[in-house]
Each structure stands twice: as C-alpha cells, then as structure tokens.
Design a protein around this ligand. Structure first.
Ligand code: PLP
Length: 416
C-alpha cells in the first residue's frame, strides 16, 4: 500500500485496459498465445507492417537531406501537410471553385488522433461551452477520458443493440431527439466505429445530419480509420463530406488520425479541423489563432517527421497510388480474416449467430462474447481480447484462426 502524499490528493487510477492487456500478452510465454486486443495492423505472421510506400518515402527523405528537417515548425504545424490532410478528409481536387469551401476550414496539426480529439474537446470546452457532449454507448474508451479532462458534462446515446448485434439507429435518434439540447456536441465516428464495427448507412447518415441541423447540435467527427476500413479514402470519408457539403450552414469539426491508414502509430500524426459555416468564413483565422494559443501552452507544435512522410506520399501521384494499394492490402486482409473466423465457427456449428463478424467494418469485431467467456479465453487458451468482447481482427491469421474459433466454440458451449 503506497503511503499517502503529504502534498498530493491522488488515488490510483485504473490501468488503461488495452495497454494492460497488451502487457499481459507480452508476459505470457504460451506458444499459442493470440493478441486480439490492441488495434494495430499485423501481417499474417503476426508482425508489424511498415507500409511499403512509407518505407519508400522514408528513403527519399533521407536522400533529400533537408537541413531544416529537425527544425521547429510553426505553432499551427506543417502548413503544406495540413492542406493535404484537409483535402484528403474533405475531398477537394484542386479546383479553383473550391477555394470558398476551403476558406471554411481552420486546420492545425495535433499529436495524432488522440491529440486532435483532446485539442478539439479543450477548444470547444473553452469557447463553445457545450451543455453536454453525447458519446455513443459504447465508444472508444478514451473519448470519456478526453471529455472528462476538458470538463464537459458527458452523456451517452444508445448505439448497439445487443440482442440483434446491430446498430441501434432508432435508439440513437430517439434519445438525441428527445434529450439533446441546442448547443450540445454529438461525437460521431466517421467510419469503422470503435468498438462495434457498426456504421450508419448513407440514408441513416443523412437523417443524423438533418437531426443535428434541426436541433442545432454540433457534430464532432472522429476519423481514425479513413481508407483503412473499406480500402477507399472517399468511401470512408463519405459522412464527413456529406455534412460538409450538404449542410454548409452548420459548423462542425473533425479529429483526423494518420496512425492506422499510414501505419504510423508511434509517429503521432494528426490534424484537427474546425469548419465554420458559410456565413462566418472570416472566422477561420481567429479560430486557428485560438487553437494555436492552446497548442503553444501545451506542446508548442506537432511533431515533424511523421507528417513529412505523409506529405511525401500525398504530393507524389505515383506514391499516392501505391498508398492506395497498401490500404487495399490492409483492408482486404482484415475482411478475409473476418470471413475465415466466420467460416470456422459455422463449420463447428458454434451455438448462436455469427454473421455480424463479416458484416461489421474495420479493425474490430464486437463479438458478443460475455466477460466470463473473455476471461475463459485468456485463462484457458491464452487469447487476449477486451472485456466487452471487442476483438481486433488484425490479430487473426491463417495459422491461428482455427485455434481461436475452436476456443470460442468451447467457451460459448461451456461458459455463460
Ligand atoms: C475511434 C478512435 N479515435 C481515435 C483514435 C486515436 O488514434 P491515434 O491517437 O493513435 O491516432 C483511435 C485509435 O485507436 C480510435 O480508435
């Protein structure tokens, strides 16, 4: 038992579940152990996969030998990178007619997607003072922490229908319709919802946009999987682009991560975009200026090297095409492992329905396994996933999928 401090008022904080699980997995010496916890891409051999295009860009950067490569950037970050990040997210194709739309977007560089979520929460907490932020139930666990640290009251809207293992669109809409108040923030996952893997379809996105507009709610998009989920950067940005182009009188914002789609997890590459509405475009520079004030007081500026890699790729047509191929490699592997797990469970006639595993989207599957079944998988089979039953599909491979399916079959039959 630690001695109480004579100065601090601190109590132990529960460890982050994902990182604790990863630590336990690392310490496990069982030869058949499987990690389905942390959301990182793995090859079929269970190894990390530095994207081939990223490796090429790194070599080119070394060859460029830019003397300024380790210098400070500006407080807002690397401006050419930010323009590319913005265009990737919002879908501009370099036409002059798009200048007016671009003028609506204030962009700054952040410490990856987490930093973008955090900066956005802090900025809105300071300057919008939303009565409430609405998070999906469930959501990426860090959303709760981030908004708690920004001191914004948090509530949740239903998202997951456990009985049918599907997206609870009606529950979400009716809760927001009846309980959300003007000026509230609604946090939306742009694609590949974490942890459920369930996204609204296009018709549902249209209805969500209408609801936000009608009730004067503020949409806050978290985009952590653009291109990684479907293999197409446009498809995965559909909702963001729809809100942006079809609701020009609505303000909104986007937290953008490059961790998954470029495999730059430890490089911390990200951006935060605040979108002003059509009639207040002149606000943009003041927004950037205020975001810079928060950045300066916190981390001075975003890191340089990861965004140089992204910039190298996105300013070269050939490298961009190769990046799109790399996205296809990652998203196809995830889809094929979903199918392989589903096929094995079907072959074993595992009790229950498992179609949701192939129907869900992105890195994760919300398996529907109970906490007891999850513990049994860890204790008996050395298979690690989150207590909620969320499994990172990327940890599956041709070599371990039969073992994992057999283990799931066993715990489903024997553990409630
Ligand atoms: C929904 C969601 N948002 C944001 C992030 C943050 O990613 P990062 O900070 O690594 O860019 C993640 C990563 O797992 C995520 O799943």
């Amino acid at each position: 038992m630690a001695k109480p401090s004579t100065r601090l008022n601190v109590a132990p904080v529960p460890p982050d579940e994902i990182f604790a699980l990863n630590g336990a997995y690392g310490a496990d010496t069982h030869p058949q152990k499987v990690s389905l916890g942390v959301g990182v891409f793995r090859t079929d051999d269970g190894k990390p996969w530095p994207l081939p295009v990223v490796q090429k860009a790194e070599k080119e950067l070394v060859a460029d030998d830019d003397l300024f490569r380790h210098e400070y950037t500006t407080i807002e970050g690397d401006v050419p990178f930010l323009r590319l990040a913005r265009d990737l997210m919002f879908g501009f194709e370099g036409k002059d007619s798009e200048e007016e739309a671009k003028a609506r977007i204030a962009s700054v560089q952040t410490v990856a997607g987490t930093g973008a979520n955090h900066l956005g929460a802090l900025f809105l907490g300071h300057h919008m003072k939303p009565p409430t932020v609405w998070l999906s139930n469930p959501s990426w666990a860090n959303h709760m922490t981030i908004w708690e640290l920004a001191d914004v009251p948090r509530k949740t809207y239903p998202y997951y229908h456990a009985a049918t293992r599907s997206f609870d669109f009606d529950g979400m809409m009716s809760t927001l319709e009846t309980e959300a108040q003007e000026g509230d923030v609604v946090l939306l996952h742009a694609c590949a919802h974490n942890p459920t893997g369930l996204d609204p379809n296009k018709e549902q996105w249209v209805a969500i946009a209408d609801l936000c507009e009608r009730k004067n709610l503020f949409p806050f998009f978290d985009s952590a999987y653009q291109g990684f989920a479907s293999g197409s950067v446009a498809e995965d940005a559909w909702a963001v682009r729809y809100f942006f182009t079809r609701k020009p009188d609505m303000e909104m914002c986007v937290a953008q991560s490059f961790s998954k789609n470029f495999g730059l997890y430890g490089q911390r590459v990200g951006a935060y975009h605040y979108v002003t509405n059509r009639s207040s475009t002149s606000l943009r520079d003041v927004v950037v200026n205020n975001l810079c004030h928060l950045i300066r007081g916190e981390f001075s500026m975003g890191p340089r090297s990861g965004c140089s890699i992204v910039k190298k790729v996105l300013t070269n047509d050939q490298l961009t095409a190769e990046w799109h191929q790399d996205l296809q490699v990652m998203s196809s592997r995830i889809k094929s492992m979903r199918k392989a797990l589903y096929d094995e469970l079907s072959r074993l006639q595992t009790p229950g329905t498992w179609e949701h595993i192939v129907e869900q989207n992105g890195m994760f599957s919300y398996t529907g396994l109970t906490p007891k079944q999850v513990y049994a998988l860890k204790d008996q089979y050395h298979i690690y996933l989150l207590k909620s039953g969320r499994a990172s599909i990327s940890g599956l491979s041709q070599k371990n999928v039969a073992y994992v399916a057999h283990a799931i079959d066993n715990v489903v039959r024997n553990v409630n």
